[in-house]
Design a protein around this ligand. Structure first.
Ligand code: PNS
Length: 228
């Protein structure tokens, strides 16, 4: 009976990939096996509720887990990126901030540095995870079982490229939806490229990036930039 029930719930959860399926399967399996086995034994001792509640709660919670990927070069992360992450994490159970290898863009920071800076900033925020990916974004989204890709949209100038990318990604995998989020107005003119240019010319970037990033830029560019 228990075995039949677990097979049934596994097949149910496999039918809807992209929503935390792996975790869901394991919790369902544990619940399906443990509840029927444990309940009769503990009912008499009054401990049934204590054991059953976490299992049942997991059954209710995990099927609805929503995960989004926030991809980018993050060379380096700016306050604009952090603003988008804050907005995205309110809409999803988990936001995976994914750094593209993107070597053809010749980034200022190495992949390791970009990941470290992200881990020390965005990585400290609840329900945000930092990852890296190589190859197609939609394949990474599929691997992560994410149903959405987040992109920040600052101005009309962003639109053409973003529109093309969103439609191409939809063509590659219709199950992955692109969601555009607008950062605070004060960040609409902000980009990693402009921050790097200001830093390179000796300007103060402390209002545009986390302190850690401003320091990393100063070290990288060997300029005397005030990081406060
Ligand atoms: O921060 P960026 O540089 O604007 O990010 C661009 C990024 C990394 C999101 C984009 O280049 C990308 O998705 N690269 C992965 C390769 C891919 O899937 N290309 C097809 C998308 S049209």
């Amino acid at each position: 009976m228990e075995r039949a029930f677990s097979i049934f719930v596994i097949s149910l959860s496999r039918r809807s990939p992209g929503e935390g399926g792996r975790i869901r399967v394991s919790f369902f399996v544990i619940s399906a096996f443990a509840c029927p086995a444990v309940v009769p034994r503990l009912r008499d001792e009054g401990g049934c509720f204590v054991i059953c509640f976490p299992f049942c709660a997991s059954c209710v919670t995990f099927p609805f887990m929503r995960r989004a990927i926030y991809p980018g070069s993050f060379d380096p992360i700016t306050n604009g990126h952090l603003d988008v992450i804050e907005r995205a994490r309110k809409l999803f159970d988990e936001v995976v901030v994914a750094v593209a290898h993107n070597d053809e863009k010749q980034p200022l920071f190495s992949l390791k540095d970009r990941l470290d800076l992200l881990r020390e900033t965005a990585g400290k925020i609840d329900n945000v995870r930092i990852a890296e990916f190589e190859g197609l974004l939609v394949e990474f989204a599929r691997k992560e079982e994410a149903g959405a890709v987040i992109r920040g949209l600052r101005a009309v100038s962003d639109f053409e490229f973003e529109f093309q990318m969103a439609l191409m990604n939809r063509k590659l995998d219709a199950a992955v939806e692109t969601i555009f989020l607008m950062p605070k107005e004060e960040y609409t003119y902000l980009s990693s490229r402009i921050v790097k240019e200001i830093a390179r010319l000796g300007g103060d970037v402390s209002a545009f990036v986390p302190v850690l990033v401003a320091r990393a830029l100063a070290i990288k560019l060997k300029k005397n930039i005030s990081t406060k």
